[in-house]
Design a protein around this ligand. Structure first.
Ligand SMILES: [Zn+2]
Length: 340
């Protein structure tokens, strides 16, 4: 079967690899019907994360169950499913508290590699959510978005306590930031301030419900947010980048007592303790427990209440994955969908 393999920074190839099989009785194997390239795949692509050997890529997926292990109870061959980027049992105390991305039995799907014709899904009953009905093409794209970027943006908005009467600032105009805007509005936020300098991303931000767009970043960006909030700062801030600049921008843009939901994978971020102490903000983030939100997100998508699939602005066959990585790296594309 075909699979995307990163050999070195900037070197992505599609190669023939062996089809996965059931290893544990709780596994399923799915035929992947669509996958995508994640902003976090760009860290190794840009050399910001070490690659010790050629590595299978991809952790977002939708597909059809092709095989189930003897211990799988809730899924059958032929089910159309979506799952998150972390396989989880959904039964341990961490999962039951809503933190499936830190399940005591977690398996990172990036270590499996879903940019491929087939993928082995560990802990299938806990990980996969069955989609009933016959999704349209638009719903299918949205379900794929739910696998990571929508679920991550949603968690960021929840962690930032976006809600009625709140002003939410969003640092980062990648797919997660954009879908954090959608989530904040769905959760009832009154005002959502997107920080973006790119015309097409600004347009998508407004489509997803941003009420204001500011182009400044760093300290000038923080000043603009304060101007828009009577000098107080945002109640809630979503940090969807993971750099020092973005994290500080988020902390500084948030009013005392406010909440920062940080979901950008942290790279080189260091916070000064005393500054944090006097900021008086709540910080909550980490790898998003997408599985917590998936049933609700699937329902919202299948009833056409949200259209997160609009975030995909480039669709390529998996053979052209290398071009997809280039397009995202050069910011020619916000989010790339790979068809199989
Ligand atoms: Zn668990």
């Amino acid at each position: 079967m075909r699979a995307v393999i990163m050999h070195a920074p900037g070197d992505v190839r599609v190669e023939d690899v062996e089809r996965p099989t059931i290893v544990e009785p709780t596994d399923a194997v799915i035929r992947v019907t669509a996958a995508c390239i994640c902003g976090s795949d760009l860290w190794p692509y840009r050399g910001a994360e070490p690659l010790s050997r050629p590595t299978r890529m991809g952790h977002e997926y939708i597909g059809v169950v092709d095989q189930v292990g003897a211990g799988v109870r809730d899924l059958q061959v032929g089910d159309f499913v979506v799952g998150s980027f972390v396989a989880s049992d959904n039964t341990c105390e961490i999962c039951r508290a809503g933190y499936q991305s830190r399940c005591v039995h977690q398996v990172m799907m990036g270590s499996v590699g879903t940019q491929a014709d087939y993928a082995r899904i560990p802990l299938a009953d806990g990980t996969l959510v069955k989609v009933t009905g016959d999704p349209t093409a638009a719903q299918t794209r949205s379900l794929l978005a739910a696998s990571d970027v929508l679920g991550t943006g949603w968690f960021a908005a929840v962690a930032a306590e976006a809600g009625p009467g709140k002003t939410v600032a969003v640092v980062g105009d990648g797919a997660v930031g954009l879908l954090g805007i959608l989530a904040a509005r769905r959760l009832g936020a009154e005002r959502v301030i997107a920080m973006s300098r790119h015309a097409n991303r600004q347009a998508l931000a407004r489509r997803f419900g941003a009420t204001d767009v500011i182009e400044e970043r760093g300290d000038p960006g923080v000043e603009r947010i304060k101007e828009l909030t009577n000098g107080y700062g945002a109640h809630s801030t979503i940090e969807a980048v993971g750099t020092q600049e973005a994290m500080l921008q988020a902390v500084h843009a948030t009013r005392p007592g406010g909440h920062v939901g940080f979901v950008g994978v942290s790279h080189g971020v260091e916070l000064d303790g005393l500054e944090l102490f006097f900021s008086s903000v709540h910080l909550h983030g980490g790898p998003a427990p997408v599985r917590r939100f998936l049933p609700e997100l699937v329902e919202l998508i299948m009833t056409d209440q949200i259209d997160p699939g609009a975030v995909f602005d480039l669709e390529l066959p998996i053979e052209d994955a290398a071009e997809g990585y280039r397009a995202m790296d050069e910011r020619r594309a916000t989010k790339v969908l790979l068809t199989l």
